[in-house]
Design a protein around this ligand. Structure first.
Ligand SMILES: [Mg+2]
Length: 278
């Protein structure tokens, strides 16, 4: 097998920080897989780069080759010595969607929409404006999108839920920036076709990638509604073969977090199984 680019979400995908238990040894097996010279690793997260580093330290994660942070609005390349360099070309490509505005400028424009509460400063980025919403937001995402459209701002509104905290999370991003677009841009830059790429995720802000033509793994700890939506939308788009929902049983593990990632990666790339042997 030639090269493989593994792109993975962090929270509740590689990080076992949901209610389900993690199978013992699953993360160490994942580290063995991505330690192979054929494999490149990209962390793809809603976190900002500092909070990605914090997760790496807390959960003893392998060093990535690339970091797609702030829900796809920041693309960084690792230099092999622990430093991450910002991809200015990517920032330039997505920045035009918001005109001259950054997150603060956009907040001044739409922050008064009823039901929005701005998240903490370390949850914001130049091209990511993040709010808390009620757990059941009703038509709030739609009202916000309409306001942005009326103002001529090319933005997308992505809503997801933090079940543990019982709060809605809403991100406003440049229309051409998302986990999906950033992964496609990264694969293109690396000269890899989609068969050499695999994405792993668990929830709402992963959905666009999960239902796309990018081979994708939904870990077994994903919420039942997320699994149902991913299955139906990928089938609608003719991508059902590009979605693998982990079920557990692989190497005696439970299919959650890293166990589900490995199960799905081996589904798409059977040759990777021998990389997991001690
Ligand atoms: Mg997640």
């Amino acid at each position: 097998m030639s090269r493989l680019l593994v792109c993975t979400d962090l929270d509740r995908t590689l990080l076992p920080n949901g209610p389900q238990p993690e199978s013992p040894g699953a993360r160490a097996l994942f580290a063995r897989l991505v330690g192979r010279p054929e494999v490149s690793l990209a962390y793809v997260s809603g976190r900002d780069p500092g909070r990605v580093r914090a997760a790496m330290a807390e959960y003893d994660l392998p060093s990535p080759d690339f970091v797609i942070a702030d829900v796809g609005t920041t693309l960084l390349s690792a230099d092999g010595e622990g430093d991450w360099r910002d991809d200015r070309v990517w920032a330039g490509e997505i920045g035009t969607d918001w005109g001259e505005r950054d997150g603060d400028g956009l907040h001044a424009l739409v922050g008064d929409v009823d039901g929005l509460e701005r998240q903490e400063p370390d949850r914001q980025a130049r091209f990511k404006l993040s709010y808390y919403t009620p757990e059941k937001p009703g038509d709030l995402p739609g009202r916000l999108q309409a306001r942005l459209d009326d103002a001529g701002v090319r933005a997308r509104v992505i809503w997801s839920i933090d079940e543990a905290r019982g709060v809605g999370l809403l991100d406003v991003l440049p229309a051409s920036a998302s986990k999906y677009h950033a992964i496609r841009a990264l694969a293109r830059r690396e000269g890899l076709d989609l068969e050499a790429t695999v994405f792993c995720g668990d929830s709402g802000n992963d959905m666009e990638v999960l239902v796309s033509e990018v081979p994708a793994v939904l870990v077994a700890n994903g919420a039942p509604e997320v699994i149902a939506e991913a299955r139906s939308r990928s089938a609608e788009q003719g991508h059902e073969r590009q979605l693998y929902v982990a079920m557990g049983g692989f190497m005696g593990m439970n299919g959650c977090y890293a166990a589900g990632m490995l199960e799905g990666i081996v589904h798409f790339h059977p040759g990777a199984r021998e990389w997991l042997a001690p």
